[in-house]
Design a protein around this ligand. Sequence first.
Ligand code: URA
Length: 269
Amino acid sequence: MYNLIEMDKQINIQEALDWYLWAGVDETCSDLPCLTAQKSFKVSVPSPAVAPAVSAKPTISVQSFSAVSKNARELCAKAQSLQELRDIMLNFEGCNLKKTAASTVFGDGADKARVMLIGEAPGADEDRIGKPFVGRCGKLLDKMFQAIQLERSECYITNVLPWRPPGNRTPTDDEIAVCLPFLKRQIELIEPDFILLLGGISLKSVMDTADSISRTRGKWLEYTISSGKKINVLATYHPSYLLRSTAQKSKVWADLLRLKIKIKEMHNI
Ligand code: URA
């Protein structure tokens, strides 16, 4: 960023913040200020004259993108445990999102969990703390699960993307495709009986469908892993959507009851 820190030394901090906002800077990449020249990683900042809008997509050519994606699949296939997969993810440099994220947020929970929850991507709190669903959405998720007497410790919680998209923007299809092998390998290693997909991105990515979350939520689907095991899948609205549209709570409640009933049928509890 064009010597913003140097500017700070000369002008009032409030004026500097106003200026950042006016210039469209509404997100920080880190809690600590730094000069780009001192960064240990390379972020390709275009020259100001041709600077694209903030929402511009990362540029990976089709060829290099498919190579990166293939490489991710091959690397993930080698992982025989969640720990190995986590190490592979920590060393993986094929996704641009890693460059702006503070943490690599791997899944969390029991490695033989019967229920797996899949969200979209870490938010600001998750990025800072390094665990999935620890912010406002996570608190709501905890309450939702308490309501059906399911403890967080009995579940495994993860996201389609382990890196936070800047400003919580929607991930691109390329970013999803590069990260998907990590999620799919987590599913294979855990072999849960149930997957709850939280939101449209999770539904689209895992089930490879263009159907909307509003039409698909509440219907039982099936996901088959390489061992041949068929996993019961249910999609529901994302907690962040519920925080904005409380009117949808009753639908999510109905979906959670569906899940609870099916768990009872299968495990006789
Ligand atoms: N939203 C998500 O989809 N995942 C998180 O971990 C937090 C918020």
